[in-house]
Ligand binder design. Structure first.
Ligand SMILES: C[S@@+](CC[C@H](N)C(=O)[O-])C[C@H]1O[C@@H](n2cnc3c(N)ncnc32)[C@H](O)[C@@H]1O
Length: 214
C-alpha cells in the first residue's frame, strides 16, 4: 500500500484522535512564539492532512493554501472548510516532488509530521526556499531522531531527524536564522510499551538579499 492510499484510508477518522488535535494546537502555539506572524501574511501549509494546524492558525493569517498529496485528506478538509464557512483557506492537491510548484510566493510555509515521509527532504527544503518571499519564514515540526519504533517495521521514510543534520540541510538550502525548540512530546503505545517521542519545531528565514535579516 502506498503512503498516499494509507492516508486516504485514515482521513475520515483522523480528527477523532485527540492527540493529533493536541499536537496541532501545541505546534500552533510554538509557531506563534517563534515567528512574528502577521495577519497580512499569505501562508502555505505542506502536508496539511485534514488541516488541523491551519485551523488552529486560521485567525493569525490572511490567506492559507493547504497542500497535500492525499485526495482522501483533501476531501475531509473540503468538508471542514465548507462547514466552518471559511473563505481564506484553500485546499490544493500537490506533491512538490513531482508536480510543478505553485506560481504564488508565500510569507510563511509550515509543515507538521510530513517531512519524515519525504525521501529527498533536502530537495523539498530547497523548493520551500524558492517558494518563500525574501524575508519569509519556514516552520517545520517533526519527530526528533527515533529508533524506528514510531512507525514500526516496513516504514520506508525517515526515523525522525537529527537536529544538527537538519540545521545543516536548512543552511545548505539557503536558510538563515535557524532555531530549534521542542514543541510537543507525543506519547504512544508501542510493541515495547508506552514511549515518548519529542517533536521539534525548526524555524528558519529566507534571507533578504543585500542586507536585512541575514
Ligand atoms: C502524518 S500526516 C500529517 C498530517 C497533518 N499535518 C497533521 O499533523 O495532522 C502526513 C501528511 O503528509 C501528506 N504527504 C505525505 N507525503 C507527501 C508529499 N510528498 N506531498 C504532499 N503531501 C504529502 C500525507 O498525505 C499526510 O496527509
Amino acid at each position: 500500500m502506498s503512503a498516499t492510499s494509507s492516508f486516504d484510508d485514515r482521513a475520515q477518522t483522523w480528527d477523532a484522535d485527540p492527540v493529533k488535535q493536541e499536537r496541532a494546537e501545541a505546534v500552533a502555539t510554538a509557531l506563534r512564539r517563534q515567528i512574528p506572524l502577521s495577519p497580512a501574511w499569505q501562508a502555505l501549509e505542506y502536508g496539511c492532512g485534514t488541516g488541523l494546524l491551519s485551523f488552529a492558525l486560521r485567525a493569525d493569517l490572511r490567506r492559507i493554501t493547504l497542500a497535500d498529496s492525499s485526495p482522501g485528506m483533501l476531501a475531509v478538509l473540503d468538508q471542514k472548510i465548507a462547514a466552518a464557512g471559511l473563505t481564506h483557506l484553500h485546499p490544493l492537491a500537490l506533491d512538490l516532488l513531482t508536480d510543478p510548484p505553485p506560481a504564488e510566493r508565500y510569507d510563511l510555509i509550515y509543515t507538521l509530521m510530513t517531512l519524515h515521509h519525504v525521501a529527498d527532504a533536502g530537495r523539498l527544503l530547497r523548493i520551500f526556499h524558492d517558494l518563500l518571499r525574501p524575508g519569509g519564514w519556514l516552520g517545520i515540526a517533526d519527530l526528533d531522531r527515533e529508533d524506528g519504533s514510531f512507525h514500526g517495521p516496513g516504514f520506508t521514510g525517515h526515523n525522525g531527524f537529527d537536529r544538527d543534520a537538519l540545521w545543516a540541510q536548512l543552511a545548505e538550502a539557503g536558510f538563515s536564522r535557524v532555531e530549534f525548540c521542542t514543541a510537543y512530546v507525543l506519547k504512544k503505545m508501542t510493541d515495547q510499551g508506552p514511549r515518548e517521542y519529542p517533536l521539534f519545531l525548526a524555524v528558519a528565514a529566507r534571507p533578504i538579499v543585500n542586507g536585512g535579516i541575514g
